[in-house]
Design a protein around this ligand. Structure first.
Ligand code: MLT
Length: 251
């Protein structure tokens, strides 16, 4: 049993916002859960430039400052994971533990970068709703798309309300993110890696390998879930999070 309940800072993915974590914030009520919107997303300000993983990381350290929290367990999904790697480089003293959901440490390939550029053009021409329609089939697993219409509707609404400046800024930041692979072996805090079995963006096999590279990391594969496993199978994910949080001794 952990000696104290650590605060948990949830970092959402792209193109989502804090709502993505509703089942966790609601279900893990004995922990202090903080789920902010990143700059450019939903409730956050959306400047026209200046987006980078380092900027998001510094913003989030500021969220902890304003919440009076020195150190937290950081839980990031996909782009949230990319930011978490940056936090580990820039603000390691703020991290008690790490939960990496449906993410990857590698940077974009040339082909992926070209895909980001294409999405930027679509966003600027047609707005966030067009991006939502393009990404929906990729971010949700086949089971969710077939059987969980309420999750599909929620994700569509979330992705459609993104501000274009924030959307473009996030795509540029994702496109330029550094390679975090060499850092995996040096993560020195308790780590849980969690992947959806139907995730097409960050496939489960890659998540398993990533966990094997992080000393002592625990890996959980969530069945019948895609890239948004915490929203698609909240009961299973909350169970895994509780198990990790209750049975880990955080420094
Ligand atoms: C996310 O969920 O944050 C995105 O899938 C990240 C990405 O496109 O690389």
């Amino acid at each position: 049993m952990a000696e104290t309940y650590p605060a948990i800072l949830f970092v959402h993915g792209f193109p989502f916002d804090h709502e993505q974590w509703r089942p966790q914030v609601t279900g893990l009520s004995r922990w202090r859960c903080i789920a902010p919107d990143l700059r450019g997303f939903h409730g956050g300000a959306a400047p026209t430039g200046g987006y980078a993983m380092s900027v998001y990381a510094d913003d989030l350290a500021g969220v902890l400052d304003r919440s009076g929290i020195d150190r937290a367990v950081w839980c990031g999904l996909s782009m949230g994971g990319y930011i978490l790697f940056e936090v580990l480089r820039r603000h390691p003293e703020r991290v008690r533990g790490v939960i990496l959901c449906d993410t990857k440490a590698e940077p974009d390939t040339a082909e992926a970068k070209a895909g980001r550029d294409e999405l930027i053009r679509v966003a600027q021409r047609d707005g966030a709703a067009a991006i939502a329609e393009r990404l929906l089939p990729k971010v949700l697993g086949t089971t969710t798309r077939a059987r969980r219409p309420e999750v599909v509707a929620m994700v569509r609404a979330m992705a459609s309300r993104l501000k274009v400046a924030g959307l473009v800024g996030a795509l540029q930041a994702i496109r330029e993110r550094p390679d975090s692979g060499p850092q995996l072996e040096n993560i020195g805090v308790p780590t849980l890696v969690l992947g959806g079995s139907e995730d097409e963006i960050s496939p489960a096999a890659g998540m398993r390998v990533m966990a094997q590279r992080i000393g002592g990391a625990k890996y959980v594969e969530v069945p019948e879930a895609g890239h948004l496993a915490p929203l698609e199978r909240p009961e299973l994910v909350n169970e895994a999070l509780e198990d990790f949080l209750l049975h880990t001794s955080f420094g």
